[in-house]
Write a protein that binds this ligand. Sequence first.
Ligand SMILES: [Zn+2]
Length: 490
Amino acid sequence: RMNHQELLLIFTKPSSAQNTLCSALSRKHNTNVAKNILLFLGDGMGVTTITAARILKGQLQNRSGEETIMNMDTFPFVGLAKVTHSFLKSIPDSAATATAYLCGVKTNLNTVGVSAAARNGVCRSQKGNEVTSILKWAKDAGKSVGIVTTTRVQHATPAASYAHSASRTWYSDADLPTSAVTGGCLDIASQLLRNTDIDVIIGGGRKYMTPKGFPDPEYPTDLSAQGQRKDNRNLVNEWLSLIRRLWWNKTDFDAVDPEKTDYLMEITEKAIRILKKNPKGFFLLVEGGRIDQGHHDSRASMALHEAVALDDAVARGLELTNEEETLTVVTADHSHAFTFNGYPFRGNSILGKSPIFAMDFLPYTTLMYGNGPGIKITDNKRPDIRNVDTTDKDYVQQSAAPLDSETHGGEDVALFARGPMAHLYQGVYEQSYIPHAMAFAACVGTNQEHCWSMILMINIISPHTSSLINHNESIKPAIFVMKTYILISH
Ligand SMILES: [Zn+2]
């Protein structure tokens, strides 16, 4: 730990602010075409979570914590994404938000990969209202695509990249209501094989891929891990017959020792190394899915450790790619009812208590929840935590209103960007803007007029040099470019 004198030196000398000014003045817009897109998504990683995770990260390295610089903190362009008005509700869920930041449209709660014309749980309203994602746009442009998640691959966040479902809970065919079966709607697990040819998929969720009662290969005696499909299909075998390689967990995942390595960082590295082989580049979605789970349980320790793990994965992503040709975005789908409060001293454990007691003469933690499972009133009093170790990983922080599961928060989420066209992410915008800017940067999807001359050039020069092509250089008369392209290609 730094002593008071050392801290004073760091925070009071003007040079650190001057350094920040210098780097702000030297910041240039990178107008290259993004060959690769890396999207890091912290499920439920609101700004309070980022601040608290930053302090935890420093404290895990035996420092005071507040002075720590996260990897995402180093990104030159930052904006705020408005997560509200998923239709009907002002605070969204992970399905509606994933459809916004992956497919570019705001939609209804609990629906994935469909527009707001589709209604939650109504199969027939899904038909004709499917929307595609940045993952598919990248694949259609010849890039390799991948999904890496610490949750199930059929979970809302990854699902919106490949599936269209009026309900996020239609994981396997056993979850489909009769009206969905007769209406011809497909479960999310089967859409994973059917819709887009995804090059790398790493995550959990195999029970939705195997027939009912099929024992889990890793936990054969665990009944809750058994297969769930009623149609008797074994999607894992179907997948393998398509000559795909599949990893489902840490133990299957070759060359990864979970005792010694950081799982999310390692799977991110593995995915990037595979996807990088494509000379046309790649799109990769990396989800830190358990930040959300930690917050719902009001276990701040779990949520913050997961956020630190995501930030470590960001570092690995930056190491393995080149900023000149890779657009990297770190953001969240939504926030939580999570607060960092009181007046703790600098260096106080981020999971610790406020030094001053509340009006009920009891201490409170600096991290608390607006609602959640952490409140039990006895004799008109909050629990006394004077002798409780609130830094324990399983400690449940207190909340104001009692709920089984703490809820999401409705405030804007931060977005950090670096690489080609990262400056498009400055300011305040709707979350549905995110994939549109990505597609523009990478010349995939719609809105590509500015790319025509670049497509021509990419065809006549080596893939390696294609990253030197610049959006600004491409502003030429479209007709001319079009003609040239047709001439050359014949
Ligand atoms: Zn959630």
